[in-house]
Design a binder for this molecule. Structure first.
Ligand SMILES: NC(=O)c1ccc[n+]([C@@H]2O[C@H](COP(=O)([O-])OP(=O)(O)OC[C@H]3O[C@@H](n4cnc5c(N)ncnc54)[C@H](OP(=O)(O)O)[C@@H]3O)[C@@H](O)[C@H]2O)c1
Length: 246
């Protein structure tokens, strides 16, 4: 079943657009009529998206750089937006919490949490007639990661979830809906090693009630719902085959 929405006349910013979930979201949003401003550091990949019609603009952007974030939002303003923001830029640390350096911890929080706030704030200031912000959190923001040790990632994604609630409440009066998707396990660069390793895949299957990882297209319904819904805000929607229901 293909889920569709009418996003004609909408301008969407997607961070993390050079691979994985973000790249997929560009195709879904543009396929449903939105003009997509695709952002990431690997500009060559974004230019492919523009060439393929999955994005209207490619903006080279390090989400931890305030100037880059300003330029990203300015590109969306030039197109008449932004109306939708998908904060998908992110990466995961790994390591024993006794060993990980505080600098590394800060860097993960900078990209996964602080930049989510920075992009949301800069975009919200330009959303004169309201809009939808969709933060890509994680099931690892809903509970601990075990046995893989990821203190910074879990802290950041937990922060993204409560930031979503806070911004949803604060900006409700401006008709800016802020929601989060908490994906389970999906194929992307971040999870490439896991998906290539039969033991890791078996672990995902064993611990997921639906007994398998997700397909990228299984995120489309949540994305389009949160992009178009007019009365849902401050919520987190897990798309995880039942992982967080255990
Ligand atoms: N895959 C999963 O199973 C899964 C599950 C739960 C949550 N998530 C979340 O989904 C989001 C997308 O991840 P993914 O799985 O699609 O991984 P991915 O394929 O590694 O994509 C990560 C994206 O983030 C961008 N990025 C990283 N650091 C950045 C920075 N400083 N500035 C700008 N862009 C930056 C990367 O682009 P450049 O390197 O080109 O800048 C890339 O486009 C992340 O927030 C991740 O935590 C993924």
């Amino acid at each position: 079943m293909t889920i569709t929405a009418d996003l004609g006349g909408r301008v969407a910013i997607v961070t993390g657009a050079s691979s994985g979930l973000g790249r997929h979201f560009c195709s879904v949003l543009s396929g449903n009529g939105a003009q997509v401003v695709a952002a990431a550091r690997r500009i060559d990949r974004l230019e492919h998206l523009v060439a393929d019609g999955a994005a209207a603009r490619a903006v080279e952007c390090d989400v931890t750089n305030d100037g880059d974030v300003g330029a990203l939002v300015a590109a969306a303003v030039e197109l008449g937006g932004p109306h939708i923001v998908v904060n998908a830029a992110g990466f995961g640390d790994e390591g024993d919490a006794l060993e990980v350096s505080v600098d590394e911890f800060r860097r993960t929080l900078d990209v996964d949490l602080t930049a989510t706030f920075a992009v949301s704030q800069a975009a919200a200031k330009e959303m004169g007639s309201g809009g939808a912000i969709i933060n890509i959190a994680s099931i690892l923001g809903l509970g601990a990661s075990w046995p893989v040790k990821q203190a910074a990632y879990c802290a950041a994604k937990g922060g993204v979830i409560n930031l979503t609630r806070q911004l949803g409440a604060e900006w409700a009066g401006r008709d800016i809906r802020v929601n989060a998707i908490a994906p389970g396990w999906f194929p992307s660069e971040i999870t490439e090693e896991m998906f290539e390793n039969e033991k890791s895949l078996a672990w995902i299957r064993r611990n997921t009630p639906m007994r398998r990882p997700g397909r990228l297209d299984e995120l489309d319904g949540a994305l389009l719902l949160l992009a178009t819904s007019t009365f849902i805000t401050g919520q987190v929607l897990a798309v995880d085959g039942g992982w967080s229901a255990r």
